[in-house]
Write a protein that binds this ligand. Structure first.
Ligand code: CP3
Length: 363
């Protein structure tokens, strides 16, 4: 694949994918809006409870312990790559791992999600939140280095939570339907809010930099709960912090993906925040997302993960529709519109990867 002469800008910036086994990676090419031999595909939450080999290795090991052991991280990250033949691996961890690493007392409760022992609701709590140092997460560096060696021509996506989603867990103390305490701080104590968001952005930047320094060739920032915020509030209270994250890692030259759930009204702003790729949930068709996101961005998504429970003919028809709409984007990475649901049949995911590859290489 030759580089597009009209866009010499971003090749020069990225030493990571110009040479070596990753030079021809369809995933990295699509992130950079270059021609691809076939549409790349990977799945958010591709590692995890849908896989029997994951359930076996996790037996008796709590989630956060698994995330702190390099050998387990490597094995669990590799499982879906071996089974599905996806075009990218995603580092096995969780968005709360860096918070745990800076001393927040938290747990990942099965079936619930993150639970925080002492929620942050005042200045003392915000000021006690310290920065993340690379030495806080040695197992991340070790696991990324091990994975890059094992993955060869398959790129590794590093990731982190965006400040809004992290703030929401820290303030609410756990998953929240209405985000009332989070929004109360955002609307009512803007200075305290900005201080908290600034500290969380610093932690996210540090966590992404550790992964990129160790060899991750792309990153995804998950702002899963940003969809709770109206566009004007997003612009004023969320975007500046997330923008700083993308700006501070820009010079490292790896593609940056920005994803959230229920973010149809925010897609334009999420692109403006500075990512190279905007992740789209299943609620907005990709051709409509193209109209909402400024030019110069690739899109990722967006098959409804629940479609995988319908008969194969339905899965096939819906997946081909996603591919067709995705062709209207400057670059398209096939994915689900949110994570793989735990009771998904892995054989359906394997078949879906084959379908995406076969149907897209015919063009
Ligand atoms: O394969 C991958 O995508 C990488 C692994 C990954 C996990 N969490 C592993 C995990 C990633 C990218 C995440 C990110 C994450 N964690 C997000 C953003 C993505 C999203 O889904 O919107 C969020 C909001 C979290 C917080 C969180 N952690 C939740 C809501 C849960 C689920 C709780 C449950 O049990 O249903 C977790 C736990 C978690 N993170 C699991 C996995 C595989 C399940 C724990 C287990 O297997 O015991």
């Amino acid at each position: 694949m030759t580089a597009d002469a009209a866009r010499p800008d971003d090749t020069a910036a990225n030493p990571a994918d110009n040479s070596g086994p990753l030079a021809e990676s369809p995933f990295l090419l699509a992130c950079r809006r270059r021609p691809v031999p076939r549409t790349p595909v990977w799945f958010m939450r591709q590692a995890g409870r849908a896989l029997p080999e994951y359930l076996r290795i996790r037996e008796g090991v709590p989630m956060l312990e698994a995330c702190a052991r390099a050998d387990m991280i490597v094995e669990i990250t590799m499982q879906p790559v071996r089974r599905y033949g996806v075009d990218a691996a995603i580092f096995f961890s969780d968005i709360v791992v860096p918070l745990k690493a800076v001393g927040i007392d938290l747990d990942l409760k099965p079936g619930v999600g993150p639970v925080i022992a002492d929620p942050i609701r005042d200045a003392a709590g915000v000021d006690a939140l310290r920065p993340l140092e690379p030495g806080d997460v040695p197992y991340v560096t070790e696991a990324v280095q091990g994975l890059v060696g094992e993955l060869g021509a398959t790129p590794l996506i590093g990731f982190a939570g965006a400040p809004f989603t992290l703030a929401s867990y820290l303030i609410e103390g756990g998953p929240s339907k209405n985000q009332e305490r989070t929004k109360a701080m955002m609307y009512g104590e803007p200075e305290l809010w900005d201080r908290l968001m600034g500290r969380l952005a610093d932690i996210t930047i540090a966590f992404l930099k550790v992964q990129i320094a160790a060899g991750a060739s792309a990153v995804q920032v998950f702002d899963s709960w940003a969809g709770a915020v109206a566009p004007e509030d997003y612009r004023a209270s969320v975007l500046p912090h997330t923008s700083r994250i993308f700006a501070e890692i820009e010079a490292l030259g790896v593609p940056r993906i920005h994803f959230g759930v229920g973010t149809g009204e925010l897609l334009g702003l999420m692109g403006e925040a500075g990512a190279d790729v905007v992740g789209v949930d299943w609620r907005v068709p990709l051709d409509e997302a193209v109209r909402r996101v400024e030019p110069g961005k690739a899109l990722q998504g967006n098959l409804d993960p629940a479609v995988l429970f319908a008969p194969w003919e339905t899965v096939e028809r819906r997946a081909l529709d996603v591919l067709a709409r995705g062709r209207t984007a400057e670059g398209h990475i096939f994915n689900l519109g949110h994570g793989v649901l735990p009771s998904t049949n892995p054989d359906v995911l394997a078949r879906l990867v084959d379908l995406v590859h076969e149907a897209s290489s015919a063009h």
